[in-house]
Ligand binder design. Structure first.
Ligand code: GTR
Length: 427
């Protein structure tokens, strides 16, 4: 007992020091707040049935998020894709997987922009049932960072200068091959009977504020003068995930009705928005998505709306900046984003040392979204208390706070696999 207490004391200052200074990490300083009412129409009428939710309240909330937070896809954005298989192997990862690399051209065949999708499918499952369920998500450093297999090329596009993987001068290189294998756990997934389809987020929109001159935005006239309620990068990455879903529907070896979308951090925010905009994603999973993701904005714990808008002005629509330091005026909060997944299963993962992302605020969003699941007669998160570390909880809304810091690792994936098996009714 004493040792645990000591360990907790020793851990605390380290945790807090690792986070940006000048923000609140003290639960007792979380301001009092009142959340917008989830189950009430803008007209004031109570939402009491599944039909009212689906036909009236869900569209209202989706529209509020488009208008004030992520931005809507502009009207001139087309959704046609041309897919070309670039490379394939029936015997990847030492024989347990089928590997397929597919290029999705977003404008015209042979032209930029395109998304290179790396797919691994469990060979046994495809051989036995023709198709396999998959997880999908965007990656930060390129498809070659997810695997050590040399057939997966290093991309030649803009790269984040990440010293942890050795990217500099905004270019990727061979040195980052396999650098993020622990974040993706491809072999664990294949052995559990799941496939994985991932793509580099920079294929869709390079992650910097360039006034929409590159990536998907550059293709459409709307990018020359985006309106304040039109898409930022998160919405465009989510749109890219939907184009990947268009492809999954055409690939006979992918069970497109069993696709779980996931992502870490800004790409966890992206996975949530993709799941909200596109109900074809059957399960939605966010890892450490924090502010603008699963965490409640009104708690102002860790990262705040103002900070995220200042440092990443291109992530959200311009209207979101109106709420800098004025979270209480937002017509939505993030529990309403989680509710948009209903009745589909949604999983929220936090990490205890990742206080910047506000683990408790991420849990609260799930807890407060639960009444919508109850309308569908599905159990939401079930318990009221923020659970202890490494104790997964929940029903149709799953949650855990694992030990360690901001990342996705084997522990997270073990829980996602269990959750997906349970909800996809797989052995
Ligand atoms: C941080 C940002 C977070 C999170 C993270 C990431 O700098 O403040 O909201 O998105 O980046 O995506 O790695």
């Amino acid at each position: 007992m004493k040792n645990i207490y000591l360990a907790a004391l020793l851990l605390l200052p380290v945790t807090i020091l690792a986070q940006p200074a000048g923000f609140n990490y003290d639960e007792s300083k979380v301001p009092d707040y009142e959340l917008p009412v989830l189950l009430e129409l803008e007209s004031g009428k109570a939402v009491q049935t599944v039909e009212m939710w689906k036909e009236l309240r869900r569209p209202e909330i989706l529209e509020l998020f488009r208008k004030h937070v992520y931005g809507r896809v502009p009207a001139d954005v087309g959704t046609g894709i041309f897919s070309v298989v670039q490379e394939e192997s029936a015997s990847a990862l030492g024989g347990i997987a089928i590997r397929r690399q597919v290029r999705l051209y977003l404008k015209a065949q042979g032209e930029e922009p395109f998304i290179d999708v790396l797919i691994y499918l469990p060979k046994k499952v495809v051989e036995a049932s023709g198709k396999a369920p998959i997880f999908t998500g965007l990656n930060f450093n390129g498809n070659h960072s997810v695997t050590t297999e040399k057939e997966v090329p290093v991309h030649g596009k803009w790269a984040r200068n990440d010293p942890r993987v050795g990217h500099k001068d905004n270019r990727a290189n061979e040195g980052s091959r396999g650098a993020n294998v622990s974040r993706w756990q491809v072999e664990m997934l294949i052995n559990a009977g799941f496939g994985i389809a991932t793509a580099y987020y920079g294929d869709i929109d390079p992650d910097y504020d360039d006034q929409w001159k590159n990536g998907i935005h550059s293709v459409f006239a709307s990018s020359k003068k985006l309106k304040a309620d039109e898409w930022g990068s998160i919405a465009s990455w989510a749109w890219g995930l939907s184009r990947m879903m268009d492809y999954f529907e055409m690939d006979e070896q992918i069970d497109h009705q069993r696709v779980a979308v996931t992502g870490l951090s800004r790409l966890g925010k992206t996975a949530l928005w993709a799941g909200a905009e596109d109900e074809r994603f059957a399960i939605v999973i966010s890892t450490d998505s924090g502010c603008g993701g699963a965490a409640l904005s009104r708690r102002r714990y860790g990262e705040t709306v103002k900070r995220i808008n200042n440092v990443f002005p291109h992530w959200f629509c311009d209207n979101f900046q109106k709420y800098d330091d004025l979270e209480h005026q937002l017509p939505v909060d993030q529990h309403m984003l989680i509710a948009l997944m209903a009745p589909r299963p949604v999983y929220i993962a936090s990490a205890i040392e990742d206080v910047w992302a506000d683990p408790k605020g991420e849990f609260e969003s799930g807890r407060l979204a639960s009444p919508v699941y109850e309308l569908f007669k599905k159990p939401g998160i079930i318990q009221q208390q923020h659970p202890r570390v490494n104790t997964p909880v929940g029903g149709t809304i799953g949650y855990h706070m694992r030990s360690g810091d901001h990342d996705a690792n084997a522990y997270d994936w073990q829980q996602y696999i269990k959750f997906a098996k349970r909800h996809f009714a797989l052995p």
